[in-house]
Each structure stands twice: as structure tokens, then as C-alpha cells.
Ligand binder design. Structure first.
Ligand code: F6R
Length: 605
């Protein structure tokens, strides 16, 4: 959420910043801006509401020769989408960009009398005024004092006019990574902006003053002690973060799912059996726990809902799934007998991070399922299992969801084995079926005619309902989220048996109902519920296993899933629902990868 980049080196900063902002644009695309400081200390500021392309045009009309600067792409929190609210913000000697929220900006404004100095509605400009107010020629002392005053989350990159060629950075919670490349020194919100320049990088430690100069990066803790960064190596390449011939990142990422499944599952199988000990995840974690709590947001939380259904069904361990933003302010009923699993693609979602910290405070052991290596959640949890999806750029999550599920299935297999619920033979079969899900996903992607037919029934509608029971209900939650976030069709998921308690009042002639009926044990019940909506005029898109016997009167369009085992239907169902959302959004001519109002990596509360 908000992309930030800084560069000091020997090349044209304007070009490097604009290229980097294009890579970071998925973090926010309400407005963008750059500030460049030349060798004489002259500052050039350019910022525009709208996409990075708008900023690029303005910059190209007024090129600046500077080898040091900062750039920002914004996801608006405080203040509307205007040029004035776009970053960077300047005040006196200070120009800065910010990701995060300064919670006490009203108090700071009043306490220091900044009212007349502000030209925007943002919390960030208040921080710029504060730093300028504190500045006496020593950036380190200024930032040290500011840390005591600022409340909230922040990652700042700061230019001081009398320090040409240098960028000062400090962060609290909000992410920042940095790298020293051949072309100079770089800092950014995430690796996508750095990978073109260096494969080696480090996570900027919290509350540490980092100084970027053309030839070095230095880190000082707030006591003034030099710190050595812990260097990491990027394990994916530039191409992974590019479209590679696909029209959109989302469809590319849907197509990458079979490989992502392979990469996530196969290295964890030893003689066909799941094992995490090589990754440092001890079996005692699974043997000692009496209950499991899963905490996450959005799609990751819906992966947790499927995990709950599978774990309870197979392991009979009670599982509670919580929305992280609720959990962190609720009464957490967890203790040392609870295994808390947090799930996050980015590993930076602030609510999930806060939930993780709370779980640890309560004495619970914590296991993170995370995609981004070295991310805050990965570093702070007791144990981590990485998903190996590679970078996910489309705002709507697809491949990350699939591999989150894969890890939850692997965990289920491991725990079942450890607790004697599965024999080795059963565990192997379970894992074989999990592995085969990747080829079933590939089949769904190749044979998508019925899905495209369904798009025609959905795309002109203002509303759509997703219904199912049991596991089908858990999948339909994610299906509805995908459709609403990229096609702007109001979509709701309901437990099929619950409709008649109110929601069925909304069904009228031609309302699309996407009905999932993949679970044998409740198949007949689901079909009855489908008949109820059909009797009220709904246009039914039925999603079933390919061998299912269904009366053709029940549906308008039937989509067959190439799957036989009920527990594994989620993988093909998810790919189907992702494609339905993707093709619908594309058919409506919408921006599939960057839907309105959203951003990837939600680092504000
Ligand atoms: C929806 C989507 C979001 C994320 C949620 C959590 O397609 O991507 O709902 O799943 O913001 O993000 P992470 O997984 O990064 O914690």
C-alpha cells in the first residue's frame, strides 16, 4: 500500500524512479510523484493525480539531470486524490515520501502550530513540517527526535536540501528494503522495484536511520551504533514480475498455478510423505496443540476457511478462523495449547501482523504461511512455511490462494500422520491427490468454454450470488470476492441452506446464481436449494464434479470440474471462479490488474 522508491547513484534518477514506480504501481495508483535533488541542492518536484503514466508524461516534458531522488505511488488514506495530496511533500529544508499512517497528526499540527504551513489534507505533510521544525543540520538527530513524537506506522524516504546526493530513511512497521547495486544505492517498499538493479538486498531494520549515498548505504540504530544489514538473495527473476506475453498479470498468474503448486508441495514430500522438519518446523507444534486459530485477511482468510473445513473434517481438531482486523481488537481466546496460523501473501498486512503479535503475547505458538521471503510476518512468527508462488502482481490474489491451500493440505497430511489418523499409505494417497490437483487446474484453464459462456450470463448483472454448503460454501466466499473486486458486480456468497432465512428475497428473474455442488454428502440438499432459487427465476450456473448426475432442469449452464475426490474440489473450483471473474472484468473493459480503490499489500489499518 503506497509504493516508495529512492535512488542515489551515477545514473539519471528521474528515469530510474519512474521505471521503479511502474513496478510498484500495484501497491497504489491514485497519484504519483518524484522529487529530485541536484548536486547544487536545487529541488525539482513533480506530482500528479492519476497513474504513473501521467507522471511520466509530465516528467518527460521537463527532464531533470539529477542522480538522486525519491518517488511515490499513492493509495489515498488521508485526503482525496489530488495533485496537492500526492507525495512527495515538502516543507522548508525537507522533502519526503511516506507509506503508513501518522495517527497523531492532528495533535502534532496543534502542538507545533503547523496549521498555516500545510497545503494538503495529508498526515504526511505534517511529518514533513515536523522534521523541518526539528532540523538543525543533523539528519540523524532530527529523525531520532521525530521517532519519539510520531505515533503510527511509517516508512519515510527523506531529502534534506543541504544534503545533495543523500537520502535518509526510517521506518516503523511499514516495509522497506534496500540494495547496493552497480548503478548506486536503492531503497523501495518491495523487491519488484529493486530486482532490475541487484539480486542481493536487505530488509531495513525498524527504527534505524539509513543513509543512502551513491556508493554506500549506512545504518545507525537510535543510539548511534553502526549496524550491519543481513543480506538476502532474491530467488526469482525479473521476468517473473513481467507479463510475459499475457494481456494481464492476473491471467498470467492463474496460468502459473500448476507450477506454483508443484513448487510448494513437491519439495516437502519425503518418500511421498509430508514433512517440514528440514524447514525447522518441529512436529511438537502439531502434537501439543489442542485447538488451531487461523488469522488472516481477505483471500488469505478465505483460504483459512477451507483449511478449517478440511482440518476439522479429517483431524477433528477445533479450528477458529478470524478476520485479522477484528481479532486484534477482540478478546483472543488462545493460549499455549493453541497453534495460531497466520496466512499472508505479502507478509506485510498490518492487521495480520498485529494479530500475530497478539497471539504471541497470549503464549500461543505461531506458524506463518507466507509468500514473500524475509517479510515482517515471516520474520516475527515462531515458524514459517513459505509458499512458492513467485511474485504476485495482480491486485486480485490467485496463485497465492492456491498455494496457501496447498500448504494447509500439506499440514493436514502431516498432522494426520503424526496423530495416527492416516496410515503412511493413506498419507501418501492424500499427497498424490494433492499433487495431481496441479494438472487438474491446468485442465480447467485449457478447457474454459463453459466458463466463457457463464460470463455472458453474469456480466450485465448488477448482482450475483454464490451458494454452496460445507466446503462448497468456503470456496464460494473466495469466488464472490474475486468477482466483486475486479468486475464491480455486487457478489455475495451464502451457505445454500441459509438463503431462505432472508437473502432469497433478493433473487429475481435472471439474477445469476453460481451454485457449487461438489460435495457428495450434501449434494441432494444443495440441489434442493438450487431448485428454490431457480423457481424464483434465477439464472443458475452450476459447478459440479464431472461425473455428477444432475437433472438438466436445475441449471442454465453447467461447468464440470475435472476432479473425483470431494476434499480436493477446491483447486479446480478456485481456478474456475478466478477465470469467471477474470473474463467478466475483461469483457466489461475494466482494469483487471488494478481495480479501483484497491492496492496490493495492505500496510495500513
Ligand atoms: C483479494 C486479495 C486480498 C488479500 C488481503 C490479504 O484478491 O488479494 O483480499 O488476500 O489483502 O493480503 P495478504 O495475503 O498479503 O496478507
Amino acid at each position: 500500500m503506497c509504493g516508495i522508491i529512492g535512488y542515489s547513484g551515477s545514473f539519471c534518477a528521474q528515469k530510474i524512479l519512474l521505471d521503479g514506480l511502474e513496478q510498484l504501481e500495484y501497491r497504489g495508483y491514485d497519484s504519483a510523484g518524484v522529487a529530485l535533488l541536484d548536486d547544487q541542492g536545487e529541488l525539482f518536484l513533480q506530482k500528479k493525480a492519476g497513474r504513473v503514466s501521467v507522471l511520466r508524461k509530465a516528467c518527460e516534458a521537463a527532464p531533470v539531470k539529477s542522480r538522486c531522488g525519491i518517488g511515490h505511488t499513492r493509495w489515498a488514506t488521508h485526503g482525496g486524490v489530488t495533485d496537492a495530496n500526492a507525495h512527495p511533500h515538502s516543507c522548508g529544508q525537507v522533502t519526503l515520501i511516506h507509506n503508513g499512517i501518522i495517527e497523531n497528526y492532528h495533535e502534532i499540527t496543534a502542538a507545533f502550530g503547523f496549521q498555516d504551513r500545510l497545503h494538503s489534507e495529508t498526515d504526511t505533510e505534517v511529518a514533513a513540517c515536523l522534521l523541518d521544525h526539528l532540523y538543525r543540520g543533523n539528519p540523524f538527530e532530527t529523525l531520532k527526535k521525530a521517532v519519539d513524537i510520531l505515533v503510527g506506522s511509517y516508512a519515510f524516504c527523506i531529502l534534506f536540501k543541504d544534503r545533495p546526493g543523500q537520502i535518509f530513511c526510517i521506518r516503523n512497521v511499514s516495509p522497506l528494503v534496500a540494495a547496493q547495486g552497480e548503478a548506486g544505492s536503492f531503497v523501495a517498499s518491495d523487491l519488484t522495484a529493486l530486482i532490475a538493479h541487484s539480486r542481493s538486498y536487505f530488509v531495513v531494520p525498524e527504527k534505524t536511520v539509513m543513509t543512502l549515498s551513491a556508493d554506500r548505504i549506512t545504518l545507525l540504530d537510535l543510539n548511534g551504533q553502526t549496524m550491519e544489514p543481513e543480506c538476502l538473495t532474491v530467488d526469482w527473476n525479473v521476468e517473473s514480475a513481467q507479463k510475459g506475453g499475457y494481456p494481464h498479470f492476473m491471467i498470467k498468474e492463474i496460468n502459473e498455478q500448476p507450477q506454483a503448486m508443484e513448487n510448494t508441495v513437491r519439495p516437502r514430500l519425503f518418500n511421498g510423505l509430508p514433512d517440514f522438519r528440514e524447514e525447522g518446523v518441529e512436529d511438537s507444534l502439531f502434537l501439543d496443540c489442542e485447538t488451531i486459530t487461523i488469522v488472516a485477511c481477505g483471500t488469505a482468510m478465505y483460504a483459512g476457511m477451507v483449511g478449517k473445513a478440511i482440518i476439522e473434517q479429517i483431524l477433528h481438531i477445533p479450528v477458529a478462523v478470524h478476520i485479522a482486523s477484528e481479532f486484534r481488537y477482540d478478546t483472543p481466546l488462545i493460549n499455549e495449547k493453541t497453534l495460531t496460523i497466520v496466512i499472508s501473501q505479502s507478509g506485510e498486512t498490518i492487521d495480520t501482523l498485529a494479530a500475530l503479535r497478539l497471539a504471541k503475547e497470549c503464549g500461543s505458538r505461531t506458524l506463518a504461511i507466507v509468500n514473500v521471503k524475509g517479510s515482517t510476518i515471516a520474520r516475527e512468527s515462531d515458524y514459517v512455511l513459505y509458499t512458492h508462488a513467485g511474485p504476485e502482481i495482480a491486485v486480485a490474489s490467485t496463485k497465492a490462494y492456491i498455494v496457501q491451500l496447498a500448504v494447509l493440505y500439506l499440514l493436514t497430511g502431516r498432522i494426520a500422520l503424526l496423530r495416527g489418523i492416516f496410515t503412511e499409505k493413506q498419507a501418501k494417497e492424500f499427497m498424490d491427490t494433492l499433487l495431481s490437483a496441479s494438472s487438474s487446474i491446468a485442465q480447467v484453464i485449457q478447457k474454459d468454454e463453459a466458463i466463457k459462456k457463464a460470463v455472458k450470463a453474469v456480466k450485465h448483472s448488477d448482482h450475483a450470488f454464490f451458494i454452496g454448503r460445507g466446503l462448497d460454501y468456503a470456496f464460494s466466499l473466495e469466488g464472490a470476492l474475486k468477482l466483486k473486486e475486479i468486475s464491480y458486480i455486487h457478489a455475495e456468497a451464502y451457505a445454500a441452506g441459509e438463503l431462505k432465512h432472508g437473502t432469497i428475497a433478493l433473487i429475481e428473474k435472471n439474477t445469476p446464481v453460481i451454485a457449487l455442488a461438489t460435495q457428495e454428502k450434501i449434494f441432494a440438499k444443495t440441489i434442493s436449494n438450487i431448485r428454490e432459487v431457480r423457481a424464483r427465476g434465477a439464472s443458475v450456473i452450476l459447478i459440479v464434479k464431472e461425473n455428477a448426475q444432475v437433472d438438466p432442469d436445475v441449471y442454465d449452464i453447467r461447468i464440470d470440474l475435472p476432479v473425483r475426490q470431494d476434499e480436493f474440489a477446491v483447486f479446480t473450483a478456485a481456478a474456475t471462479l478466478q477465470l469467471l471473474a477474470y473474463y467478466t472484468s475483461d469483457a466489461k473493459g475494466l482494469n483487471v490488474d488494478k481495480p479501483r480503490n484497491l492496492a496490493k499489500s495492505v500496510t495500513v489499518e
